[in-house]
Design a protein around this ligand. Structure first.
Ligand code: AMP
Ligand code: MG
Length: 648
């Protein structure tokens, strides 16, 4: 029998979702599946959704199409109540029904209780995943599952058989586990790791390179790669940065993600005519003058009128009302308390009997009509929107608790160089330096920009070692970022290895810029998927500058970001700056002087690309033009473009 079957348990319940009830059925099913020998399975995904058709559908689609589970068990939402919609949602997403399973469950349950007749569960297949609706009760759901335990492994085997090859590719990637990625992206590290040890070498490590590393004397003395302009290089990278599909996330975890669906309002806001002021709900036709106070309306409650007037406010009456509280039927206007006087009271001021309305109110005064903020059915967020704090608030407002967003690319980061040792690897070995690129890039790509990252370790400058590291990185990630090994040195094998051993297409291998000239970009197909490979120069400043210029825009575009490029603003330079023959990205601190409309750029000093200190406090990169015969420097006060790379 194959590896463990991967199960998902989806609890569909308003009360469990809102934490008013504990998910006993979900817990019990998970335990049952994990402990059942005949099932040969493990629950790898658990989730709870409210009884909302769309939310259920989104999860089922995500778990089948993205996570490719073998079996999804739902519990709950199969009854006769108006909110019981699990069978409807399931039917909307399955490709084929599996009636035999539903009937087997029904027959078995009928032997226990005639109430089984009231369960409407559906079983079916989507892609290669079996989906089964079980009832919501702990006992009922377990009984149903027990009745089909014997046939599930065979059913899954049949489904797996059909897609054996796709499955193989997927299982390799899946074997890295989402937890590991998340841990990496949140920057968790363990100290005391040995040289050459890394996170993602779960793939074969026996590959050898076909690159001949012995013919050093015959290596080319000029780069065969044409120089591209920065703009051309950016365009090429963006052209290859494709979307990676979608996934469903809890709305609270969707910050900075890009929506992959339109979001509509299920109900109007406000859902009732609401008061804008603290005052009195009145009939405007009564005009100014005295009103009897018949009760009050408090936010969060129905207006307190009892059965007075058949529930209607009558002429000559008013109701005390708070901001956000519902107007009573019959009232069409609110008069703020400041525009009233007390006429009569009772019980030592505890009861208001009569007030005087000082000005004649007009219809609709200080009332938010039903749906005036958001109409029912209105599209509140559009596909492609980047979700910020206010957008998450909107999702909360309309109750869109599970949202479809574009997937984030997983990025593996690899350092290359014989001279590198891990920062935690004690005192420096002879001829070695500590690897700083991996830390900087992981912080920039992962912590700061929120992409899931993997530490692909340090590879020595040998074709065989590069092949092994690249193989692991490509198997685990959508994009691989390497530093070092792309220059003209006799030990710079990256481009050759990518082409010879991975069939990669190198789109460019040199860019007309300073720093970052050897920047390389390649793509390849690996295990049926397109991968992006960035070969950045090893110099720490070059690596960071080129990451900002090429990698972050590409990653943003892969997540569906509508404007993936870095922000560019104008800035004036504080002092004269010498120009270089190449367009230069000069590290600066941008700050605003009082009374000035554009920021002043102060150079961070010596710009040599090895000097990471020149980036330490920089929040901008001046985009300096190349030197010409008549212009070899820019005088203080000149205005230039500056790319924003830090907090302004
Ligand atoms: P390379 O691009 O491999 O020719 O390396 C250029 C320079 O960057 C050399 O001085 C390397 O020692 C240095 N370097 C390469 N990789 C790293 C790294 N990961 N951290 C710090 N310095 C590095
Ligand atoms: Mg090197």
């Amino acid at each position: 029998m194959d590896s463990l079957f991967r199960f998902g348990v989806l609890t569909v319940s308003d009360s469990c979702y809102s934490k008013k009830a504990l998910d006993h059925s979900g817990d019990n099913l998970e335990l049952f599946i994990n402990q059942s020998r005949s099932l040969n399975g493990k629950v790898v995904l658990r989730y709870c959704v409210p009884d909302e058709e769309k939310s259920i559908e989104n999860i089922l689609i995500d778990w089948t199409d993205n996570h490719r589970l073998d079996v999804i068990i739902t519990t709950g939402g199969t009854g006769f109540a108006s909110r019981d919609v699990t069978p409807e949602a399931t039917r909307n997403v399955i490709h084929k029904e599996a009636n035999g399973l539903s009937m087997a469950m029904f027959n078995y349950s009928m032997q226990k209780t005639p109430f089984a007749m009231l369960s409407r569960g559906v079983c079916g297949i989507r892609g290669r995943t079996l989906i089964m609706n079980l009832p919501g009760s702990k006992k009922g759901s377990q009984e149903c599952l027990e009745s089909v335990v014997a046939v599930i492994p065979h059913a899954v085997d049949l489904l797996r058989e059909e897609t054996r090859n796709i499955e193989k590719i997927h299982m390799e990637i899946q074997s890295l586990g989402h937890d590991e990625l998340v841990r990496s992206s949140s920057g968790g590290h363990s100290c005391g790791r040995h040289r050459e040890e890394h996170h993602c070498h779960k793939h074969p490590t026996h590959e050898r390179s076909s690159v001949d590393d012995l013919k050093v004397a015959r290596r080319p003395r000029n780069s065969p790669y044409p120089l591209q302009s920065v703009a051309q290089a950016q365009e090429i990278v963006l052209k290859h940065a494709d979307l990676l599909g979608t996934e469903v996330v809890d709305f609270r975890e969707a910050i900075d993600r890009v929506l992959a669906e339109d979001i509509y309002a299920k109900d109007p806001l406000p859902p009732f005519p609401a008061s804008i002021k603290d005052g009195y709900a009145v009939l405007s036709s009564d005009g100014a003058g005295r009103r009897i106070v018949i009760g009050d309306s408090i936010a969060g409650q129905k207006p307190g009128m009892g059965d007075h007037g058949g529930g209607y406010l009558m002429p000559g009456e008013c109701l005390r009302i708070n901001t956000g509280a519902p107007l009573p039927p019959g009232a069409d206007s609110v008069v703020q308390v400041e525009d009233t006087n007390l006429v009569r009271e009772a019980d030592g001021g505890r009861i208001e009997l009569e007030v005087d309305i000082l000005w004649a109110p007009v219809v609709g005064q200080d009332v938010r009509p039903v749906g005036s903020d958001i109409a029912i059915g209105e599209r509140v967020l559009m596909k492609g929107t980047v979700l910020g704090p206010s957008e998450l608030g909107l999702l909360a407002t309309v109750g869109a608790t599970c949202v479809l967003v574009f997937r984030l690319p997983i990025v593996a980061i690899l350092s290359t160089g014989n001279e590198l040792q891990e920062p935690w690897d004690g005192p420096l070995h002879p001829g070695c330096i500590r690897d700083s690129n991996k830390t900087s890039l992981m912080a920039l790509i992962g912590n700061k920009n929120g992409f899931p990252i993997l530490d692909a370790g340090i590879a020595q400058d040998s074709p065989d070692t590069l092949v092994r590291h690249l193989h692991s990185a490509l198997a685990a990630a959508d994009a691989v970022v390497c530093t070092g090994g792309v220059s003209m040195g006799d030990r710079d094998y990256m481009k050759d290895v990518l082409q010879a051993d991975f069939g990669a297409k190198v789109h460019f291998g040199r860019v007309l810029m300073k720093p970052g000239k050897p920047t390389t970009f390649a793509t390849c197909e690996f295990e049926g998927k397109n991968k992006l490979i960035f070969g950045l120069p090893g110099n720490p400043v070059s690596a960071m500058v080129t990451c900002n210029l090429f990698i972050l825009p590409a990653l943003r575009k892969m997540t569906g970001h509508p404007s993936p490029m870095c922000t560019v603003i104008r800035a004036t330079i504080e002092k004269d700056i010498k120009l270089d023959p190449r367009p230069e990205f000069h590290r600066v601190v941008l700050s605003w002087k009082t009374g000035k409309s554009i920021p002043v750029a102060r150079s961070t000093g010596n710009q040599i690309s090895s000097r990471l200190l020149s980036l330490a406090s920089a929040n901008g990169l001046l985009i300096l033009p190349p030197r010409t015969d008549d212009k070899n420097y820019l005088p203080a006060g000149s205005e230039v473009d500056a790319m924003v790379v830090g907090q302004l």
